[in-house]
Design a protein around this ligand. Structure first.
Ligand SMILES: Nc1ncnc2c1ncn2[C@@H]1O[C@H](COP(=O)(O)OP(=O)(O)OP(=O)(O)O)[C@@H](O)[C@H]1O
Length: 259
């Protein structure tokens, strides 16, 4: 079974087989929160360039995602997945349309509000992990908590819990280069969850991993959804991973299509 094991304090499918011990009380929230819309995308479009060189990366896309939903966004390379996710997470702005995340109008937000959104409401995971090489696993996970000015003692406790959550309790002091790709991505997942976001955006999170390790990362994301009620949007073209999602949206040339 994928998912939170309820008592042992660790998510199933976590670890590359050998990490982590049980800890309790890891959950900042429960998965039983009421059905609630976390993402609303309304008629969003984004064009790069002009005239004959214009690339219509995303065209008139609309959808919603509910709390605790794991949604795959699939499509070939160049279909517009990254562009769409970037606009949802406030990393880029649409030319047209509106994005609302956990009640925040992302498209209307100023820079300060976007910064707050990216630090608290939305967590990001990328294909290339994006860890700071000179920082340990624990320090990497602690970065968003420092930015949020969480006091040191609480920070340490939270970092330890997050590393347990992703099955890396025994790896806190290791630097990224001392960890496998799968472990590095687990650290990235822990970091993305540090401020307990409503929405996790994962752009090809398994793109650099072998299929088994990729599967274990997807299992971990599935478990996070179940345990914390986080909503997750995953861009991927890996059919095996799409099967693990609750629902899949398909983009073709920037448009949402059926199936
Ligand atoms: N900053 C940019 N400037 C110009 N064109 C861009 C830019 N970003 C994306 N594009 C173009 O927009 C289209 C969609 O790109 P996007 O990266 O969103 O696709 P994708 O589905 O995520 O692809 P991949 O699976 O390869 O990551 C592509 O044709 C791409 O070349």
């Amino acid at each position: 079974m994928n998912g939170w094991d309820g008592t042992a304090g660790r998510v199933a499918g976590s670890a590359d087989g050998r990490d982590g011990t049980a800890a309790s009380g890891l959950l900042g929230r429960t998965a039983t929160r009421s059905v609630e819309e976390v993402v609303r995308v309304e008629g969003v479009s984004r064009t790069f360039g002009r005239g004959e060189h214009a690339v219509h990366a995303v065209r008139d896309v609309s959808f919603t995602a509910m709390r605790g939903e794991l949604l795959a966004v699939r499509g070939r390379s160049g279909a517009g997945k990254t562009t769409l996710l970037n606009m949802i997470g406030g990393l880029d702005r649409p030319d047209r349309g509106r994005v609302v995340v956990a009640g925040h109008d992302v498209t209307a937000a100023g820079e300060k509000e976007l910064l707050r959104l990216r630090r608290g409401t939305v967590g990001f995971i990328f294909q290339t992990f994006g860890l700071v090489p000179i920082l340990s696993a624990a320090e990497n996970v602690g970065v968003p908590l420092r930015l949020a000015k969480v006091p040191a003692a609480e920070r340490e406790e939270r970092v330890a819990m997050l590393l347990e959550l992703v099955g890396l309790g025994g790896h806190a002091a290791q630097r990224p280069y001392e960890l496998s790709g799968g472990q590095q991505q687990r650290v990235a997942v822990a970091r993305a969850l540090a401020n307990d976001p409503d929405l996790l955006i994962a752009d090809e999170p398994t793109g650099q991993l072998d299929s088994e390790t990729g599967r274990s990362i997807m299992d971990l994301l599935r478990a996070v959804v179940q345990a914390r009620g986080t909503t997750i949007l995953v861009a991927t073209h890996d059919l095996n991973l799409i099967e693990l999602a609750d629902r899949a949206l398909t983009l073709r040339d920037g448009r949402l299509v059926d199936g």
